[in-house]
Design a protein around this ligand. Sequence first.
Ligand code: 0A1
Ligand code: ZN
Length: 882
Amino acid sequence: MNARPETATLPIRLADYRAPAWRVERVELDFELGIDATEVAAKLLLRRDPAQDEPLRLEGEQLELLSIALDGQPLPATAWRLIEGGLEVDGARDGSVLETRVRVHPAANTALEGLYLSGPRESGFLLTQCEAQGFRHITWFPDRPDVQSTYTVTLRADRARFPVLLAGGNPDGAGELEGGRHWARFVDPHPKPSYLFALVAGRLEKIERDYRTADGRNVQLKIWAEADAIDRCHYAMDALERSMRWDEQAYGRNYDLDVFHVVATHDFNMGAMENKGLNIFNAKCLLADPDSSTDDEYRRVEAVIAHEYFHNWSGNRVTCRDWFQLSLKEGFTVFREQSFSADMNSAPLKRIEDVSLLRRAQFPEDAGPLAHPVRPAEYREINNFYTATVYEKGAELVRMLAGKLGAAGFRRGTDLYFARNDGRAATIEDFLDALGEANGIDLTPYLAWYGQAGTPRLRAHGEYDAARREYALTLSQHTPPGAGQPHKQALPIPVKLALFGADGRLLPLHLDGQTSTGGTEAVVVLDRIEQRYVFRDVATRPVPSLLRGYSAPVILECDYAPDELALLLTHDPDGFNRWEAGQQLAVRACDALRDGTPPQAVAAWCDALAALFDDAGLDADLLADLLTPPGEIELAERESVVDPTRIHMLRQQLLQHLAVRIGIDKLDARYRALAAQSTAALDAASQANRRLKQRVLQLLALLDPARACSHATVQYRHAPSMTDRLGALTVLARHDTARSAEPLAHYRAHYANDPLALDKWFALQAQLPGEGALARVQALEADPAFTLKNPNRARALLGTFASGNPTGFHRVDGAGYRLYAERLLALDALNPQIAARLATAFNGWQRLEPRRREAAHASLTALAAHDKLSRNLAEIVGNMLK
Ligand code: 0A1
Ligand code: ZN
């Protein structure tokens, strides 16, 4: 099937929003399901807005129209016409019923949007993906989120081939039909937009559990997967139950149908999808068991289960008026998911993980040619806007609002938001209005955050006056121009802060006119270009701890001396800021190594960490994070001219210094001690041990690769968990190619039938740094298990190579770019969404050093010159070259 739109489109603008002229009150859908051809009959009860005089227009793509009737009468060909991307119908009135019948072709649908086949045609199952605009690939419909309808869905299919038939809503009957066929009906009483429609049909197994909501409803929870995976769904079921309880307690939100289905598929463009009553998950975000999932993957499953479940209120009951408001549901839901994960696990570590992701994924986006505001002003292809900015930065904005209102105030605000907007398609203004009104606060200044792209820089400068015992802190902000916004305005930036004495103790704060959060911590809101804050009665020259807990998504620039950062790294009780001080110090250390200036920062960082390494009171997982300097992508963000090889070498050099400072004996002893405690247990302490063990082994490998590889060989052989197995394999593959061959082959054979485990095998090798990476990737492409048709596989090999292997991808000769661009083209013909997403790996190319920049430019230009690019890929490549 040709997945490309017929014509290029003009951008769609927020400013052009108009309420729909036609709505659909009720939908009845009838599916005659088949792998090659499925027939869809739709019956729409239409409502006309009396204030508008528009003809009825419905969206549809790649639909084979079989029949069309209005109010029971077949429509003559003169009464309807195909227009670009749609269908125009004459003669409809308020209350009219439009009936259409179309044919679609699931097995030929490689774009995985609309109705498609997951798995081989003999054994695979059918499923749908409708966000953002997949429903128009299923039937003619006003496919926009502000059209909300109740759905009655009847599925008919061959019973032997499709024993399980599911759609969103409550079950409403099922039965047998002639010729070995059967049917099932589902009714969803909650009006919903078309993007939340879903069906699943095929051979699936299930696990189930009864759940009683806080408001007394009995709900059947059912998780579905193919037979070989059903035993790996139990962890997700537990996580689902935890999520449901948490949403009741934290937000007063109860589930609202009699059943809640979750389905796993290996063929999915994203992580998961919150279809009403029928969530569909990428298997990667649902299946978990100790033999094939890492600790990180377990946490991800828990987070994604929560995320999709939480959407039932933040997204489904209250949906988005238009796709510009995407962050209304996504930013809020990511924030809810982050809070849940923080409650279930370690809060400071979760914060570190979230901020690292923001810096790795969102900051580069916000600083480059793909930059856009959390609420974009225009787009060509909405699927390109499921970005780190809309999700991650959007969550940071909600976090700022929550911080401003305090826990009780935020809850008052969200209660009002849900009550007032239940069943509505809302806007970001509706969200801020409700939060503000419930608290008697005007939050409109925060709207500016939603409309302005770019990461603000927050400068901090402190002066101490010993005679007056005063400390004056000057804060100023600046957002570089970009994304078509030459002049950026000042934003309200909440800065949570504390002051430390030279002995590492917190000082009491006396700050006129500011809220104090408990004597030693305060929040000031910088809402102009510059402001000075004077702290009185400060006994000694203080060291400020700023943006505690990362209280605003900005880049802090503060002229700390290395020993001040070391003091915070050693003493700050705010776990996040402690880590942050270490990160800043590591950056300084890298700068010193790069510039050949006196290595004070190197010594300060190494000394502080060596001391913390011996601190028995420090949590193993925090120590593991402290021992990890910023990654190569983060380091590159700070450079005006980027040489990925040099950055890689500097970071390795820094780690080498750290390893030397701690010393072989200590590293070896700690590794052995941690290895002796190895189990498959999933409790926090066991996970923390594994995490630290891996960091220690990696450091040891820098000093004594032979010894580290011996440990890794033993660890691989006896690993009780995937975390240990993969950790060992990574060290071996990095440090001893010859010795890694056998375990890599063993892994490949052992997991031959486990696609998720195989993805990790591809990704691990795609990530190995250096010149050899390209040849390795090409060899891996020849593996019979490699295919561009499966998004997880394509991402594991090609995505990891381009986004997770800077030295491999950014070869000076440009061969990495050329291969990648060729693959993007091939991918685009199959699955434009995935091609466009993977193409973002070129982001940042303009700041590469000249030879690489030229090579990247040549590859991008060649790509752009193709006349048959999808709208998805064309938009990304076009923006990249702007
Ligand atoms: N709403 C989902 C993300 C999602 C978006 C688009 C999809 O298909 C193209 C699928 C999923 C979420 O936030 O989890
Ligand atoms: Zn979401």
